[in-house]
Write a protein that binds this ligand. Structure first.
Ligand code: PMV
Length: 323
């Protein structure tokens, strides 16, 4: 039996940081993510490989389980794979290859995509039907177990796909839209520390409550307007709102020289809107490019690792290639 599953990554289009202060945000699942291939074996050997990080391991099943120990100090992307494997019992061995087709640790939800994609492949392999609600919940529990805390955004995006509006009460609502969303993601290859950045924004808020409070209010207006822009297919407005959001993120101190360089490069070559995505301090930008996407891609890719993507409407899926 051969199974192939895919789970999308995500970008935050609007509302990072202000969402921590109970303002709405919008996230988009992208058609770049994690593809998992599983091939059953006749023996009781399990192999696990993650080509992106040159990782490969081999185990023997003992009483239908895989025995492993995780290093609690040193968290790895492979921890998510082992936690998923631990959910199941196996009659035979298998070869599992996890292809991460995006950047790791760059705010694109790679750990959620790995977890969701592996849950899908292994549940199909074990003939266990899991609906999307169950997959999202199981994946989130694994993220909480490994990270200590996790918002439901990344695991929901990887599971359900689409565009999601996260409201003031952290309820997730699917945004209806009928338009293309050609995006470019560029990575400055410097990692921002989300915890530290969230804390520094909080301190700025404490220091200048009226000013930063109003910046968060403006971010709220942007996210709300962006929701209707999607619903009305108003691409001009989406671009403008991204640029406004970028200026506000800069004002609260999470922008960097490299992120600015990528933002302005993309605008110079025709992006309708561009901004940092996620916590900032490094990581990635997203550029909305309904026109000139090839040239914008080429220019950014000369200096920074870059890929083109679109929204992923359907979320996690699997295909049984051979029985
Ligand atoms: O970089 P990411 O995708 O983990 O996004 C962080 C977004 C913040 O708003 C900065 C933090 C959060 O928990 O929402």
């Amino acid at each position: 039996m051969k199974i192939k599953s895919f789970a999308p990554g995500k970008v935050i289009l609007f509302g990072e940081h202000s969402v921590v202060h109970k303002k709405p945000a919008i996230a988009v699942a992208i058609n770049r993510g994690v593809t998992t291939q599983l091939e059953s074996r006749e023996d009781n050997i399990v192999t696990i490989s993650v080509p992106l990080i040159n990782y490969s391991q081999q185990y023997e099943l003992v009483n239908k389980k895989l025995l492993f120990e995780l290093d609690s100090q040193n968290k790895m992307i492979t921890d998510y794979i082992y936690e998923v494997i631990d959910l199941f019992e196996f009659e035979t061995g298998f070869d599992l290859t996890v292809n991460i087709e995006m950047y790791l640790g760059a705010g694109l939800g790679s750990s959620a995509a790995v977890t969701v994609s592996c849950i899908k492949a292994l549940s199909v392999f074990n003939h266990i039907e899991m609906d999307k609600k169950e997959i999202a919940k199981t994946a989130r529990n694994i993220e909480i177990k490994i990270q200590g805390a996790a918002s439901p955004i990344d695991t929901s995006m990887s599971t359900y796909g689409g565009i999601i509006y996260i409201d003031e009460n952290f309820e997730l609502e699917r945004v209806n839209f009928d338009m293309d969303l050609p995006l470019i993601v560029s990575n400055c290859e410097i990692s921002g520390n989300t915890g530290q950045l969230v804390e520094s924004v909080r301190q700025t808020y404490v220091k200048y409550p009226e000013i930063v409070g109003n910046i968060f209010n403006a971010m709220q207006e942007i996210a709300k307007k962006a929701k209707s822009a999607f619903e009305n297919g108003d691409s001009e407005l989406i671009g403008d709102l991204m640029n406004l959001n970028q200026g506000l993120l800069d004002s609260i101190g999470v922008n960097t020289v490299e992120l600015s360089d990528m933002v302005y490069l993309s605008r110079k070559y025709g992006a309708k809107g561009s901004k940092l995505t996620g916590s900032g301090g490094g990581g990635c930008i997203i550029a909305y490019c309904p026109e000139n996407i090839e040239e914008i891609y080429e220019q950014l890719n000369k200096k920074y690792p870059t890929f083109k993507c679109e929204q992923s409407d359907n979320g996690v899926c699997a295909q049984v290639i051979e029985k």
